[in-house]
Every structure is written in structure tokens, then in C-alpha cells.
Write a protein that binds this ligand. Structure first.
Ligand SMILES: Nc1ncnc2c1ncn2[C@@H]1O[C@H](COP(=O)(O)OP(=O)(O)OP(=O)(O)O)[C@@H](O)[C@H]1O
Length: 894
């Protein structure tokens, strides 16, 4: 099997596209490769078997009744070194793949020549086109197919990996049937088969582990030695454990299968633009899909070519609020650095509809198709990557297993001494050889606990059952053991520690750089109509089945305005995005005209803002809302009140969530569709500040208290303001009442002699800053003096780049990390792990996904039971305390 998929049955298990292409590295005979993907970093070493090595391998395996083979089964590296020798990729028939956790796997290399045989040797180019190779070599590893192209191992995700957004738009032409057939030979069918392993196969894998082999030997020794009852008891326990483990593995596979093996009818434009209905398994990268107006499930990763769609990505992110995806149309061709933009899955997430997500609604001109270009199928999609991460998880917890193995080695050392001593004594006393061996082995089996795997297996099984009863679903049972060793739990704030919903508190209008008083009732209040209009239009809400859907923050703000939202059906409106404009109507008795949202720039955590372009009868305006710091930086300084910063601090200190609103007048009829986002979101005029209340969840304080009692450190890592975060942290007990909170800060441009930005520490509440040279900051000492620390993302970034030597200390003593971008959340988790901490991360949103994945134990709070964002998914919607005795007997809380 391999890239010969055109003749392959539809549901065959075919290696599918991957995320990374393996880059060439000068290695042993040119056969040593290293993958670029940091997450799945691995070496690929080429080998060729020889006749004599194979002969000796079989001879020794038979000659030792399989013991030699069993030994090599545990040691794949020795196995391949014994059977084959290093060679170049061109002559290899085996490769040894070594992953970043030093796990080895031997894979067979397949080979096909263009002139031999009937099947094609096509591969994909980086721009998505196909090319035919003279000689095709590939191997399958963890559901992906690696093909030797241009001196490197590449996966099918190589297609569209180096292409401009403009080329993607232009390249979106219907595929011909011949082309489809050729593409299928390389990409395979768009399915993710999860095989239910037969019982005997699972049993074989389980029983061949060194522990079980040792157990078999132990039981045999005891049986011969007349410990019949004890031996029988251990057999019964082990059988029970094996059956439970197998049952668990099978139900795990079934669960995964139900999440993965989904397919349905889709509409694809093929051959001369005909819309054809077909099964989703027939989609190949390059196909153009038609997305129905009423929505559908997505079965591949695709780029939106026109219109706008609203999707629910909860399956991938755990976050169930609808997200708006926009088309590539109108995207500027040049990046910030002036170079041509290159399309990437990371940077253009807002233009990609991912496999496994549900399209709730599409928006475009009536009667026109919303089209999307399939770029990745089956296991190379984002969903495929997550599924692979579940199928081939990281080794549970290195520290835990290393220590467990150390414990076993110490016991084995003690046993060996006993073995030698007993053998010597018995020999000296003239005992028979059989009795001597029996006694000595008996000693070993008593010292090293043979029932250890059985006990752990049973423990995990019951722990998982208990979690399920509490609506916590676990897709990676081995992680349960890790939870017994958690040192730090990182919590996202909004939606995790605090309620998802917010309460509107007040609006303060800014006019002529003066800030007004609190306005609590904003609808129809004459004094704030301009800001109300901005709030009513600046969002990405949509109406699905007559209900407003979107970010809870947007919903709550919109509902205060008294405005209503309608999709504009009239033919006359010229929309900038060639999307049906959204009509915003003021309250009935208002004299203000209706207005249309003609362009939306979606919210992103990294940008901390969101904006829209709105037109009414005779004007065109851009409205922008976001975090006060961000909006202030985009506003003309003369429009920002002098005391604005102080006012923001005051609200933040009381835990309010703040959103600043700004506007900009645009010239009617100007070509704003071609204007990049950064040209719209600049030189703004500040017009208002909205304060929202964000209450703690009832269970939060109790959970933090339990963690404190268990000596597990709680850390808040949030995208919100530092002072707001600090106030919430104080309220829930992350910052303890008897401790003083210190803020670690910096001032941009203020540098020391070494040209490093000066870090300052100030006590929360003090307005003066007590400057200290970075060197004199000894955070670890200060933490002993009843201090706790908080830092914001920008200072964290300064420390990361300019004071890497402080980072270890910082992550160990800081309890609040605010204004953290998604990648900083991940960096924090990774750094905590680097300093030897076992980390759990608890989050609810798309901005927590990377951190959830990086943590030893990720806990996603999600409505979606089947979220694959983290090993644990809690449906209870809170950080409900879970006292759970895992297989290790520890009590865990999360
Ligand atoms: N829909 C929105 N429109 C405009 N600005 C927003 C919106 N949602 C949040 N913001 C602003 O962007 C900031 C960062 O948001 P982000 O979602 O990264 O974190 P968060 O929701 O504040 O906190 P957490 O990381 O704890 O969930 C927020 O503090 C807020 O000021």
C-alpha cells in the first residue's frame, strides 16, 4: 500500500497528509533527517537489511525460543542495528524514526518507479500543483505518509505550504476528473479510519510489556515453589487488570471512532463548474466546495474564497461561541515588512474553515454560492493532528515514569545483591542447583513488585469511571496518573474562574478629550447616542434562527443599546465585501437613520480589538473597540483625556472588565475594501469607555482554597488587564489576603547601561514606582517575605528577551500573568515544565488551546462533550473541585 490510492478501497487505512515536512540535515550517509515541526520533532535514519544479518536474526530468535526476538521488541534501535546497516535514503528499505521523547519506531520504506508498474508517482508541489517523480519512496508513520521529495521527507501538507493568498484565490478553479484521480493517488481518500484493534492484538501488546513478562516469570517461580494461592491471586488480579485495560482501550478507540469516522454528502464544483453532490470522503485538496446557506459540517480544512461564514469550532477549541470567518477577498497582498504575503495556517486562521467545525450560517449575495478551496484532507487537517495526538500521546509524565523506573531499578539492585548472596549461601550449604535458582528468583520476585502494572491499570480504570460520573471526560487515561503529581495549576480567567456572561455596569462618554459621568441606562439616552451607535454596530454578531449569536461580550453590549440587527436582503446595497450587509436599526422612536455594517475586522486575542466599517445615509465611519491600552495606542493623543489612564486603573482595581470605543470618519465612496486593517485602525478618536462586571463562579474560591491546602500553586493566566486580573485573583484567593501583591513592570525605552529595559517592582496600590535594577530583583527571596507577584504580557516579553536568566525565578513566583497572548500562555506552561514543575492548565477558549495542549494535564471547560482540545473535558462548566484518587493513590484537584 502507499501512494497508489486510486485503486484503494475507500475506507482503507492510508497514510495521510501531515503537518510538517522533514528538512534535510547532513547526517549519516545523507540518510539522517530531522523534522521541522517542533511538536512532532523526530529523526529519520535510513537502513538497509542484509541477507546475513536477517539470517542471524531469525536463527537467534528461533534458537532462543523467541527470547532474543522479545528482547529486540523492547529495543527497536538495537533491533534495526542488528538486522540492517546504515545507508542512503535512495537504497533504504527500513527507516528508524526517533521522536522527541526518544521513542523509536521502525518503518518499512516502499518504493515505486515511474517506468515500472501501472500506478502513478505523483506528488504535490508547494503551490498545490502536482508533479510526477522518476522514483517514489515513502513510508507511513503515525497515520501520515512521508515521501522523499527533493532531498527531504515531506508529507502531503506540503501542498499549499508556499503560496500567496492571491494565488489561492486565482487558483480556485474546478478540478477535472483526471486531475482528481491523480490527486487521490497522492493525498488518498478523505477519511480518518480509526481501526478497532482486535482483542488478541491488544492483549499481545499489553502482555509483552516487560512488567507482564516479569510477572509471568514470578508467578511460575511461586507456583513451582508451592505458593499456589498467592500465585493464583496475582494471576486473577493481573487478568482483571488486563481485561479492564483492554476494555478501556477499546472504548477509547470506539469513542475516537465516533468522533472521527464521520462523512456526509457535500457539494463540490468539478469539471466546467458543475456542482456535484458526492461523499465527503471523495474530496481532494484543490477541490472547490459549495457551503450551503443553512450551514453544514466541514470534512476538510479549506480556505474561504468568498462571502462570510459563521462557524462553531467547539470540537477543536472547546469554545462554543460562534466565530466569523472571512474570505481571502480584499486581503492585502503585502505583509507589514513590504514583502508579498505567504499564506499560512497560523496567520490566516480567520480565513480557514477547519475540519470538524460546524458552519452555522453563510453570508453572501442572494443566490450566489459561498465557495471554499479544500487545502488539507484527512489526518493532515487540524482535526487530524489532534486525533493523532490522542492516538500517539506524549509519554504520560516523564518525571513520574522516570522516578517509577528508578524505584524499580533500586529494588532490582537490592534483589541482585540478595540473589548473589542467596545463591552463594545455598551453594555453600550444598543445596541442589534447581533449589538454588528457585530461592534466588523467589527473592527477586519478592523485592520487585510484579503486581505494579496491574494495580496501576485498575486504578486508572476506576479513576476514569469516577471522572465520567462527574461529567469530566478523559480521552487520554494515562494522563490521570500525571494528575497525582501536579505542582501548578494555571487558570484562564474569563469563563473559567469567572462567569462566562458579563453584566453591563456603565458607559462613560468621551468628548473633546473630556470624560463624562457614569451612564447606566444607555438606550435612548440623548447624551450618548454616538457611542451607543458605535456599540450597536461594532461587533461580529449574527442572527441565526432569529437569535443573536456571537461573543457574549458583544451580545451583552449590543442588548443594552436597544438597537436591532437584521440581514439586509435588498438588492440595491453595494457592499464592500460583496457580502450581504448587516442592517442595524435604532429603536423605533429614534430619529436616527438605519445603518449597515459593510466590513468587519474580527476580534483576535493577539490584537485585543475588533472593528467595523459602517455607512448610513450620508456618512461612512469606522468604529473600533478593544482593550483600553490598545485603543489608546491607536487614538490621536489629543482625543484621549489626561485622566483616562487613572480612570481605567480605578475600574480595573475593582475587577471591572473594560472596553474602550473609538471612531474614525471615512470618505464616502473611498476604496476601503482595498485598505489594510492597520490603515483603518489608526488615528482614531476616543469616544467612550464601557465597564462590565465579571463575577466569580460560585465554585472558584473553594477550588483555589483546596489547591492551596494541598500545596498546589494556582496561577492565573489571562488576556485581561493586569489590575482587573489582580483584583479577581485577590477575590478568589490566588493572591492570598495576608500577602502583599507586587507588580513587576517596565517602561518602554527606559534602559540601563547595558541597554536593557529597566524592570521595576511596585506594591499594588502605590502609584509611585520604586525603581530597582533588574539584577537586584531577587524574586525568590521576596516570595518568602509574604509577597506575591503579578506581571503583564508585555513585561513578560521583556523578561523573555532581555532577562532570560530571570525567567526561571519569575515563573516560579508569579501568580498572575495578565494581558497574555495565546502563544505567551503556551510559553509560560512550557517554561514551568522546563523548571521541573508538573503543570495542569484549565481553560475554556480558543486562546487557551496551545497552552492546554502543552500542559501535562489540560482541562478544557466546554459544552462540547467531544472536544479534543485537551485530555480532559469538563462539561460542568466550572473549575469544580474534583478530589480524585488516581491509580497512584494521590488526591488530585482540578
Ligand atoms: N469581542 C471583543 N471585542 C473587542 N475587544 C475585546 C473583545 N473581547 C475581549 N476584548 C478585549 O481584548 C482583551 C483580550 O481578550 P482575550 O479574549 O485574549 O482575554 P480575556 O477574555 O480578557 O481573558 P481570558 O484570557 O482570561 O479569557 C480583553 O481583555 C478585552 O479588553
Amino acid at each position: 500500500m502507499g501512494p497508489g490510492g486510486s485503486r484503494r478501497p475507500r475506507n482503507s487505512q492510508h497514510a495521510t497528509p501531515a503537518t510538517a515536512s522533514a528538512a534535510s540535515r547532513n547526517g549519516i550517509n545523507g540518510g539522517d533527517q530531522k523534522s521541522k515541526d517542533p511538536e512532532h520533532e523526530f529523526d529519520i535514519i535510513a537502513y538497509r537489511t542484509t541477507f546475513w544479518r536477517t539470517f542471524f536474526f531469525y536463527a537467534l530468535s528461533f534458537g532462543t525460543c523467541g527470547i532474543f526476538r522479545l528482547f529486540l521488541h523492547w529495543k527497536p534501535k538495537l533491533h534495526i542495528q542488528f538486522r540492517a546497516k546504515l545507508c542512503s535514503v535512495e537504497s533504504a528499505d527500513l527507516v528508524l524514526v526517533v521522536d522527541s521523547h526518544d521513542r523509536h519506531q521502525i518503518c518499512r520504506v516502499f518504493h515505486r518507479n515511474r517506468d515500472q508498474g501501472t500506478e502513478h508517482t505523483v506528488v504535490a508541489n508547494q503551490d498545490g500543483s502536482l508533479t510526477e517523480l522518476e522514483d517514489l519512496r515513502w513510508f507511513n508513520y503515525r497515520k501520515l505518509q512521508y515521501t522523499w521529495i527533493d532531498g527531504e521527507w515531506s508529507t502531503p501538507s506540503r501542498a499549499y505550504s508556499h503560496v500567496t493568498p492571491g494565488a489561492l484565490l486565482k487558483g480556485g478553479a474546478p478540478l477535472k476528473e483526471d486531475d482528481v484521480a491523480l490527486r487521490r493517488t497522492y493525498f488518498g481518500w478523505n477519511v480518518m479510519p480509526v481501526k478497532l484493534s482486535p482483542f488478541y492484538e491488544l492483549l499481545y501488546k499489553e502482555v509483552l510489556s516487560p512488567f507482564y513478562i516479569f510477572q509471568i516469570i514470578s508467578v511460575t517461580v511461586w507456583y513451582i515453589d508451592d505458593y499456589v494461592y498467592y500465585a493464583a491471586l496475582i494471576i486473577v488480579m493481573s487478568l482483571y487488570s488486563v481485561v479492564m485495560t483492554l476494555k478501556q482501550t477499546r472504548s477509547q478507540q470506539r469513542r475516537l471512532q465516533s468522533m472521527v469516522v464521520e462523512h456526509d454528502e457535500v457539494e463540490v464544483i468539478r469539471e466546467n463548474g458543475r456542482v456535484m453532490k458526492m461523499d465527503s470522503s471523495e474530496i481532494v485538496p484543490g477541490d472547490i466546495l459549495v457551503i450551503p446557506p443553512q450551514g453544514c459540517m466541514m470534512y476538510c480544512d479549506c480556505v474561504l474564497l468568498n462571502g462570510t461564514v459563521i462557524v462553531n469550532e467547539s470540537m477543536l477549541t472547546g469554545e462554543s461561541i460562534p466565530i466569523t470567518k472571512v474570505s481571502l477577498e480584499g486581503l492585502s497582498a503585502l505583509a507589514d515588512d513590504g514583502h508579498e504575503k505567504i499564506f499560512s495556517m497560523e496567520k490566516h486562521g480567520k480565513n480557514i474553515i477547519f475540519n470538524g467545525t460546524r458552519v452555522l450560517q453563510t453570508k453572501y449575495y442572494k443566490g450566489q454560492h459561498v465557495k471554499a478551496l479544500a487545502i488539507r484532507t484527512s489526518y493532515s487537517t487540524t482535526k487530524g493532528q489532534l486525533i493523532r495526538a490522542i492516538m500517539y500521546p506524549k509519554p504520560p509524565d516523564f518525571k513520574f515514569f522516570n522516578e517509577l523506573m528508578k524505584f524499580v531499578y533500586v529494588l532490582a539492585g537490592v534483589a541482585s545483591i540478595g540473589f548473589i548472596y542467596t545463591s552463594f549461601i545455598l551453594l555453600y550449604r550444598g543445596s541442589s542447583v534447581l533449589r538454588m535458582i528457585l530461592r534466588a528468583c523467589d527473592l527477586v520476585t519478592i523485592v520487585v513488585p510484579p503486581a505494579l502494572p496491574a494495580v496501576m491499570g485498575i486504578g486508572i480504570f476506576y479513576a476514569q469511571r469516577r471522572l465520567r460520573q462527574k461529567s469530566i471526560y478523559c480521552i487520554s487515561p494515562s494522563t490521570i496518573n500525571t494528575c497525582g503529581a501536579i505542582d501548578v495549576v494555571c487558570f484562564d480567567k474569563t469563563g473559567t474562574l469567572t462567569e462566562d456572561g458579563l453584566d453591563f455596569y456603565a458607559l462613560r462618554v468621551v468628548e473633546n478629550a473630556k470624560i463624562g459621568e457614569n451612564i447606566v441606562q444607555i438606550a435612548q439616552n440623548e447624551t450618548c447616542q454616538n457611542v451607543v451607535r458605535a456599540i450597536a454596530t461594532c461587533h461580529t454578531l449574527s442572527k441565526i434562527n432569529h437569535e443573536l449569536h456571537g461573543d457574549p461580550l458583544d451580545v451583552i453590549m449590543f442588548e443594552q443599546t436597544g438597537y436591532s440587527l437584521e440581514e439586509d436582503d435588498s438588492e440595491s446595497h453595494e457592499s464592500i465585501e460583496s457580502v450581504q450587509p448587516i442592517l442595524i436599526r435604532p429603536p423605533k422612536d429614534s430619529t436616527l437613520p438605519d445603518c449597515q455594517i459593510v466590513k468587519q475586522f474580527t476580534f483576535s486575542s493577539g490584537l485585543q480589538r475588533q472593528s467595523v466599517i459602517v455607512t448610513d445615509e450620508d456618512s461612512m465611519k469606522a468604529y473600533c473597540k478593544g482593550s483600553p491600552e490598545m485603543i489608546m495606542s491607536l487614538c490621536k493623543p489629543e482625543t484621549v483625556p489626561d485622566n483616562f489612564h487613572d480612570i481605567v486603573e480605578e475600574y480595573s482595581q475593582h475587577g471591572y472588565r473594560l472596553i474602550a470605543v473609538a471612531e474614525k470618519e471615512l470618505v464616502v465612496g473611498s476604496e476601503v475594501q482595498k485598505t489594510p486593517r492597520q490603515s483603518i485602525e489608526c488615528d482614531l478618536t476616543l469616544i467612550g469607555l464601557v465597564a462590565l462586571e465579571n463575577r466569580l463562579k460560585p465554585v472558584t474560591t473553594e477550588v483555589i482554597q483546596k489547591l492551596n491546602e494541598a500545596n498546589i500553586r494556582s496561577v492565573m493566566v489571562t488576556g485581561d488587564n493586569l489590575l482587573t486580573a489582580l483584583s479577581v485573583a485577590r477575590e478568589c484567593g490566588i493572591i492570598q489576603s495576608k500577602k502583599t501583591a507586587y507588580l513587576i513592570e517596565h517602561e518602554t525605552g527606559v534602559v540601563d547601561k547595558k541597554n536593557r529595559t529597566i524592570l521595576t517592582i511596585r506594591e499594588k496600590g502605590e502609584h509611585h514606582t520604586q525603581e530597582k535594577q533588574a539584577k537586584s530583583i531577587d524574586l525568590s527571596k521576596m516570595s518568602n517575605k509574604d509577597c506575591q507577584f503579578a506581571i503583564s504580557g508585555s513585561t513578560f516579553s521583556v523578561v523573555t528577551h532581555e532577562y532570560p536568566e530571570l525567567l526561571d525565578q519569575l515563573v516560579c513566583v508569579c501568580n498572575v500573568f495578565a494581558r497574555m497572548a495565546p502563544e505567551q500562555k503556551q510559553l509560560l506552561v512550557e517554561h514551568l515544565q522546563e523548571v521541573g514543575q508538573t503543570v495542569a492548565m484549565c481553560g475554556d477558549g480558543a486562546n487557551d488551546c496551545a497552552a492546554l495542549k502543552a500542559a501535562h494535564a489540560g482541562i478544557s471547560l466546554s459544552e462540547a462533550e467531544a472536544s479534543i482540545a485537551a485530555p480532559f473535558t469538563s462539561k460542568v462548566g466550572g473549575v469544580g473541585g474534583v478530589g480524585e484518587e488516581s491509580g497512584t493513590g494521590s488526591v488530585n484537584y482540578f
